[in-house]
Design a protein around this ligand. Structure first.
Ligand SMILES: *Cc1c(COP(=O)(O)O)cnc(C)c1O
Length: 462
């Protein structure tokens, strides 16, 4: 039975590898068609697992944006490594419970092993608190809770209401919107999150931040945290990390670096330089399920202050077999913990550091190719990003958001490519990032070709 099932899964994997490039990246999905497909599954009788597996694979193939596709130029969603597929199956099979070390010694050590590897890239001390999270959002949430616990003595016991000055935190206008969810959920409300303007390169304006902090202090607020983004979602900008460290020190504030996309690429020399200073942060977010090409969800949280983390998340539960205050369920938001780290470990071990580095460098060089190829055809690249995000427009489109929308919708309808749009300095631009390890030069040229020739026909300048 197992044999038959895994033969079926192996066939699905091979078909996926062989046929993926021929499938449309994106296809309009009719919810009624999907519901019709699912309606025979009323759970009234059992079904053979092999058939069921094939039916679910077929559904995923038909109604899905295929993010591993070589022509998906999307929002940081990778083609998952082969090692991830094996790791996810093993994690389900053994289903280790990582909440306490003693329940899953091997699994916990695997996670720590790979987390320490990334902590070393940050030059964090061996004592740093490290953990896997569901994703970047959860890691960012943990950072805000740790920063609050660190800054306000009464916060953990008496809550926000006991504080005499209202806490405020800072992030650039381009920073990730998970912080809006977080600030609402920690009870500070959206006014507790100050959005700081960016300069012409989309980096946080440090002078504006300094002024805003002074003004806030004068008005009775307590600045407790600065979030720097190392690789913004919209344009791939990196905030000035060293200057923000200096300012955070002057203000006695926590510095968190949200490096969800770019953090795992620190082993690439150009990224290491672009993210210079990241290791001085009090805490850092990285996502293994982005540039490391690990399946979702796999975020990572690193914090220099293990005591603060234990204070923020610690408690005593008589029914838990805990032996130390550093047990995984006492150092983060999760309780039951799935074996998230195995896919990161196996991906690194399978491809090796050099293999991963080459993969990332290849994606960066394809982003360069996209940049050059667009410019050769008279398109304009509107951003400058060290992490491979390319935002672009055309002189015939810049003033015409409706025409941009038209071309964008046509691209998605055609289904050969997926990319997004993003407004930069008032111009609605196309945004592309090479996220799939299957993307080649030919795929990049095909995207430029398609956009350019379609626009030329529309503008009547063939
Ligand atoms: C992706 C991303 C997030 C959100 O992470 P999830 O893994 O989607 O929860 C936060 N910040 C940045 C900069 C990101 O790129």
């Amino acid at each position: 039975m197992m044999n038959e099932l895994f033969n079926c899964l192996a066939r699905i994997c091979e078909e996926h590898a062989e046929q993926l490039a021929d499938w449309p990246v994106v296809k309009e999905s009719d919810p009624d068609a999907i519901r019709d497909y699912l309606s025979p599954f009323d759970f009234s009788h059992p079904r053979p697992l092999v058939d069921l597996t094939a039916q679910m694979a077929s559904g995923l193939q038909q109604w899905n944006v295929h993010v591993p596709h070589p022509r998906y130029f999307g929002l940081f969603n990778p083609a998952a490594s082969q090692a991830s597929v094996a790791a996810d199956a093993l994690a389900a099979l053994f289903n280790p419970q990582l909440a306490v070390w003693a329940h899953a010694p091997f699994a916990n050590e695997v996670e720590t092993h790979v987390l320490r590897y990334f902590a070393r890239q940050l030059h964090y001390p061996e004592t740093a608190s490290v953990q896997f999270t569901s994703g970047g959002s959860e890691a960012n949430h943990a950072a805000v809770l740790a920063a609050l616990a660190h800054h306000f003595q009464r916060y953990l016991q008496d809550g926000l209401a006991a504080l005499s000055r209202k806490p405020v935190m800072y992030i650039s206008e381009e920073g990730h919107h998970s912080f809006e969810k977080i600030i609402k959920n920690v009870g500070l409300g959206l006014n507790g999150l100050r959005r700081i303007t960016v300069d012409s390169r989309q980096q946080m304006d440090v002078e504006m931040l300094r002024r805003q902090m002074q003004e806030d202090r004068a008005n009775g607020y307590e600045p407790f945290m600065i979030v720097a983004t190392a690789g913004t979602t919209g344009t791939g900008a990196v905030d000035p990390l060293k200057e923000l460290r200096t300012l955070a020190d002057e203000a006695g504030a926590w510095l968190h670096v949200d490096a969800a996309w770019a953090g795992t690429a620190l082993l690439v020399e150009s990224i290491k330089q672009a993210l210079n200073g990241i290791g001085s942060a009090d805490s850092v977010t990285m996502d293994a399920h982005k540039w490391l090409s690990v399946s979702m969800g796999a975020g990572m949280f690193f914090c220099r202050h293990p005591q603060t983390v234990q204070a923020a998340f610690g408690l005593q539960a008589g029914y838990m077999p805990s032996q130390s205050s550093a047990e995984p369920y006492l150092t983060g938001l999760q309780w039951s913990r799935r074996f998230i780290g195995l896919k990161a470990f196996m991906t690194l071990a399978h491809l090796g550091e050099n293999g991963i580095r080459q993969q990332m460098e290849q994606q960066l060089s394809l982003a360069d190719l996209l940049h050059r190829s667009l410019q050769q055809r008279g398109w304009q690249v509107l951003n400058e990003s060290p992490v491979g995000v390319v935002c672009f427009s055309h002189p015939g489109l810049r003033q015409d958001a409706a025409l941009t929308d038209w071309l964008y919708q046509l691209t998605l309808q055609k289904g050969d490519f997926w990319l997004s749009t993003y407004s930069i300095r008032g111009v609605k631009a196309f945004r592309a990032c090479i996220t799939s390890t299957h993307t080649t030069e030919e795929d990049v040229e095909a995207l430029v070709d398609f956009l350019d020739s379609t626009l030329r026909i529309k503008l009547g300048c063939v």
